[in-house]
Design a protein around this ligand. Structure first.
Ligand code: PMP
Length: 406
């Protein structure tokens, strides 16, 4: 098909999608490691990884082989029957997280949804049925289901969908006093991202997260960490909470856990999970054999101590390079923030992150934006220093060409 004919067809087919996204024109048809290839075989370096999902890059040979092997055996039985791979993976997650019960889901939103239900149900079973309110944070993102949107309290995401931030209260991120002031005898628990992702790659302070744990203990609340974006080795430890000296009651996982196969998990302590008995929750697809096979292999690879050392080393290397870039372009960049390979480049106010993301794409590097005028870099965790040098070179090219917007 000639190019104009192909474009016309693409425009026509696009008209049938719900218009909730505005992607750029490139069509990616193939991936290999940290690279994506367009339909005309142009190569892009992917430091976006499908929003922190493709943690082992594209078409990772061991993951492909694992999925293919499982695909030839069994795809689906439902949770009405035992799924042995899920039982094994849940035991592995228990050993790694210290949280002994897992519910497998198909996405981050569903992992969050399960955790929110679990926190409310826990209080109900503890004889405190009035404890239904969840405390969340300004700038948070927990997904697009009704409950997840309410927990994050972002007015733009709620408009037209929900009359109020239903049974949720919100405090400024990293403000412990504000949280303490919100706690009432109707509070069930707290949900927080150890590193806010969509909000702007903002790490929680150590004292803040530890303070939340103390407040939960003092008031009989559950502490739920949303590690959908920051979990699964992205910050240099399998779970971000390991770096905070805080043990949560519940964690939500997804993204990197399936490395591109859609799946997630809500993992809870024995006590917190006790209220979730037969009939309280469920999913047709959650924990299906395909997802379990892939996620088990992902955990084998990304929880390995050598792999984690490499993530920390290479993330520090990227961080150094980005700091040098900031020094070279002090008018364009305000600084770098984040944790591990959750990296945010903060733009000066007179520049627009979306425009810079587009300029970087011109150099055939994929990154994305985040709140607070941040450009977000979320490379596959197995990138090498050569890939990082390549990305830094492309960022420099883009910075040189980029001018003030407006
Ligand atoms: N929580 C966090 C922290 C996220 O970053 C996201 C996705 N960006 C979600 C939840 C929702 O995940 P999903 O899109 O898979 O539902």
């Amino acid at each position: 098909m000639s190019q104009p004919a192909a474009d016309a067809q693409n425009d026509a087919t696009r008209d049938h999608l719900l218009a909730v996204y505005a992607p750029p024109e490139q069509h990616f048809v193939r991936g290999e490691g940290p690279y994506l290839f367009t339909d005309s075989d142009e190569r892009y370096l992917d430091f976006f990884a499908g929003i922190a999902v493709s943690c082992l890059g594209h078409a990772h040979p061991e993951l492909v082989a694992t999925l293919q092997a499982q695909a030839g055996k069994l795809w689906h039985t439902s949770n009405a029957l035992r799924v042995p791979q899920g039982e094994v993976l849940a035991a592995r997650l228990a050993q790694l997280s210290g949280l002994s019960r897992t519910f497998f889901t198909n996405s981050g939103s569903e992992s969050v949804e399960c955790g929110l239900k679990l926190m409310r149900r826990y209080q109900h079973e503890c004889g405190q049925p009035q404890r239904q309110r969840i405390i969340g944070f300004h700038g948070a993102f927990h997904g697009r289901s009704h409950a997840a949107v309410c927990a994050a309290g972002n007015a733009a995401h709620m408009a037209g969908f929900t009359a109020s931030d239903e049974r949720c209260d919100h405090a400024p991120f990293n403000d412990l006093d504000a949280v303490a002031a919100l706690i009432s005898d109707e509070t069930a628990g707290i949900i927080v991202e150890p590193v806010q992702g969509e909000g702007g790659i903002t790490p929680a302070g150590q004292k803040f997260l530890q303070g939340l744990r103390a407040l939960c203990d003092e008031h009989g609340l559950l502490l739920m960490l949303d590690e959908v974006q920051c979990g699964i080795s992205r910050t240099g430890t399998l779970f971000a909470f390991e770096q905070y000296g805080v043990q949560p009651d519940v964690i939500a996982l997804a993204k990197g856990l399936g490395a591109g196969f859609p799946m997630g998990a809500c993992v809870a302590s024995e006590a917190a999970a006790a209220a979730m008995v037969v009939g309280t929750h469920g999913s047709t697809y959650g924990g299906n054999p395909l997802a379990m096979a892939v996620a088990s292999k992902v955990i084998d690879l990304v929880a390995a101590p050598d792999f984690l050392v490499q993530v920390r080393t290479n993330a520090a290397y990227l961080n150094d390079g980005l700091n040098r870039l900031c020094d070279a372009f002090p008018d364009l960049f305000k600084g770098v923030r984040g944790l591990g390979f959750m990296t945010g480049l903060v733009l000066a106010d007179e520049f627009e992150n979306a425009a810079f993301v587009a300029a970087v794409r011109e150099e055939k590097l994929l990154v994305t934006k985040a709140g607070g005028n941040v450009v977000r870099l979320l490379p596959p965790l197995n990138v090498t220093q050569a890939h990082i040098d390549e990305a830094l070179g492309k960022l420099k090219e883009a910075a040189q060409k980029f001018g003030p917007t407006g």
